[in-house]
Design a protein around this ligand. Sequence first.
Ligand code: ZN
Length: 271
Amino acid sequence: MQATITYLLTEQAQRAQMVATGQPVARRQVAIVEVSPEDFPLLDVADDGTLFLDLSDTASMDVADSLDVLSKIREEQAAAEAAKIAAQTKKLQEQAAAEAAKIAAKNKKLQQQADAAAAEEAKRIADDVKDKAKSDFIAAWIAQHADDQTREQFAEGLLSRAAALTLIADDLFSSHGIIPNADVPDTCRDSDCPCCDSSVETLPRRIYPRWRELKGKLPEGSTVRFSKVRECLRDEERYDDGETAGPVYYTANLTVPCGGLFQFECRVKLG
Ligand SMILES: [Zn+2]
């Protein structure tokens, strides 16, 4: 079958044909071309059933004859189809990637939740084990060291853990000859008052022998921090010569380990 194709030449193509023929060449061209059924979708059908394609209202074509016009349209159609498929493929790939990322994020979150739950459970078990060991230690200590009355109180469940630990700490300190004879001192926040409870890195020479003696008694693993202390006298109004703080003394603030389960703290006045 044939089709009538109307198209516009570019000015450049127009000139080229004029050079070749030596005749005026119209911008608007009409060509009768042979077409096959696969071209039908590209063409319009007139009332009388003839096929045509009117490209005269579109951009000028940079082609010299009507056959090229048809092949160019075919190429454009094929390119448009390929671009459409490429766009669809890209969209599908993006959707698949987004879905995969979503699933990965969800899996990661589930894994994190599972890890957190496992860690919490492991900690709970470890805490339970440690707490059981502490309870066992206290029970064994009470059985071995407490007096009859305390053992009875403990057996009846009427001895608090804090009270039991106080007994154990007192026993630990006295068994090592440690005498906790200093409390956290009263101090105020008034910058005019010379009261203090300050950490110090060094000790006066006259104090060192006291520490040296105490150091020799401490069980292994004990740690110490030293304080320089002046107690505040303001609340008690014990001052009369303008000094609102007591005399300077030093304390060894001890942390003493017990049975690998407990740490007991106390202060010892060094002088
Ligand atoms: Zn003060």
